[in-house]
Design a protein around this ligand. Structure first.
Ligand SMILES: Nc1nc2c(ncn2[C@@H]2O[C@H](COP(=O)(O)OP(=O)(O)O)[C@@H](O)[C@H]2O)c(=O)[nH]1
Ligand SMILES: [Mg+2]
Length: 449
């Protein structure tokens, strides 16, 4: 094992030890925490069909493993990687991949058989693929034909992007505008500001532009589309590439040869980014969990404040009833002969004198307890479910983003909360997760920097 792999295993263990119990306690699925820590580095290649995805892959690994062609030749997600040491290369169908606990794909079962039938692994011997896998994907379609796929394509690529250390979005010069939805799906799954280093844009097949003017126009159109999608004013780096083997006039393309090389280098460099991405991923999951706990902690605090107010009133009322109930009853019925107060004054208090006061006092406390749990707590809960955002401060953009991810879960947790929830000790859990985020996680960041 390399140093980086050792560190990965250590981080994995630490994160699972410390976070998994908390995830369970707050009914959050470790589905998203666990898979990303498993297995090897992955690069996901996305793009329109015939944008040159498969050609690029074949070229990088110097094989003809993927079929290429002008018409949509391939409608499957294919994980390309090397076999385990000493094993023969095999092809493994999707149905086996999604059931293999050692691989990070078990959560893909939810996409159904249609997806499994369009998912597979192809192994072949290549030193670079020993610590990485590259995923070739079926071309993106427009929204209408997307419905005919039979599985949730955007869901799949969102989940794959979450696992990947690098997502390559490929366009060809003449179809640069149809990927907004795909971009948004990916963006929403990547942690924080990691878009910069995890998502790269490629305009391929530039040798097919008729002239430099044609290329510049296409590039301009792509930039415009990207800025519309990303909402940013700066233009991300776009690799302008072509396949030297396919170009009909290699001489005229001389200026662009380094782009292809840089793109390959970037793809093959993905494993180096792995540990850092794992940390970012854990960081994001931990902050999501923290926000859920924060909301519940603040809800339970409101609950305790309310209970304190009601409790005070209940005690005062119970005391009053304890002292004066028998006096009032005596006023109307003539019984009991001696009230508690008069027995206290004459120093002759016996068990009989305590009977009515105690029953009265306990009765009052019971009524208040019912009032709190049936009425007040339910009202508090309804209010919280209607406006969960009031439970926490959403003062930064980062927190507002996190909020979007966890709001549905917070609502779910609030809805199922019983009145005992207010004593659930969320604050101490909050301190636990803070110790993890500020302590362990920062240590690991330091180790990798
Ligand atoms: N001229 C030229 N043709 C290319 C280039 N890249 C791919 N092609 C061709 O475009 C077609 C589609 O490529 P393919 O890799 O199958 O695209 P995919 O659908 O994105 O996997 C194939 O016929 C390739 O030979 C390139 O850079 N230049
Ligand atoms: Mg292909």
């Amino acid at each position: 094992m390399t140093e980086a792999q050792k560190l990965q295993v250590e981080i994995q263990k630490k994160a699972m030890d410390k976070l998994a119990p908390l995830f369970n306690r707050y009914s959050m699925s470790v589905d998203y925490l666990e898979p990303a820590l498993k297995w090897k580095s992955m690069v996901l290649i996305l793009g329109n069909f015939s944008s040159g995805k498969s050609t690029l892959i074949n070229e990088i690994f110097d094989t003809e493993i993927q079929r290429t062609g002008q018409s949509p030749t391939d409608d499957s997600f294919t994980v390309l990687t090397a076999p385990e040491k000493g094993a023969e290369p095999r092809e493994i169908p999707g149905s086996s991949l999604i059931n293999d606990e050692r691989l990070p794909f078990t959560s893909f079962k939810k996409y159904g058989e249609q997806f499994a039938a369009h998912f597979s692994m192809k192994q072949f011997n290549s030193p670079q693929l020993e610590d990485m896998a590259i995923i070739d994907s079926p071309g993106m379609l427009d929204a209408v034909s997307e419905k005919d796929r039979g599985y949730n394509y955007n869901g799949v690529i969102g989940d794959l992007a979450r696992l990947a250390d690098l997502v390559v979005l490929m366009f060809d010069p003449h179809k640069a505008g149809t990927i907004r939805e795909v971009y948004e799906t990916i963006r929403n799954t990547l942690p924080g500001n990691s878009g910069e280093d995890r998502l790269i844009f490629v305009m391929s097949r530039i040798d097919e532009c008729d002239s430099p003017a044609d290329l510049v126009r296409s590039y301009g159109a792509l930039c415009w589309n990207l800025s519309q999608m990303t909402g940013r004013k700066d233009i991300p780096r776009i690799f302008l590439t072509y396949s030297p083997n396919l170009s009909s006039s290699p001489e005229s393309m001389a200026a662009w040869t380094t782009e292809r090389a840089e793109l390959k280098e970037k793809i093959l460099g993905a494993p180096k980014m792995r540990v850092n991405h794992i940390l970012q991923h854990i960081d994001k999951q931990a902050h999501e969990l923290r926000m859920v706990i924060e909301a519940l902690a603040s809800f339970s605090l409101l609950g305790r404040q309310l209970l304190r107010r009601t409790g005070r009133l209940a005690l005062i009322t119970a005391l009053f009833v304890f002292l004066f109930l028998d006096v009032i009853i005596r006023e109307f019925t003539g019984l009991p002969e001696t009230t508690l107060i008069s027995s206290l004054l004459s120093g002759t208090t016996g068990w009989a004198n305590l009977l009515i006061p105690s029953l009265g006092g306990v009765g009052v406390l019971t009524l208040f307890a019912l009032f709190f749990s049936r009425f007040q707590f339910s009202r508090l809960k309804e209010k919280a479910v209607a406006h969960p955002e009031e439970l926490i401060e959403l003062d930064t953009e980062y927190r507002r983003q996190l909020w979007k991810q966890v709001a549905p879960h917070i609502e779910f947790m609030l809805k199922k909360a019983g009145s005992r929830e207010i004593f659930a000790g969320h604050h101490s859990t909050l301190r636990k997760i803070d110790r993890f985020i500020e302590g362990d996680l920062q240590d690991y960041y330091q180790k990798t920097s």
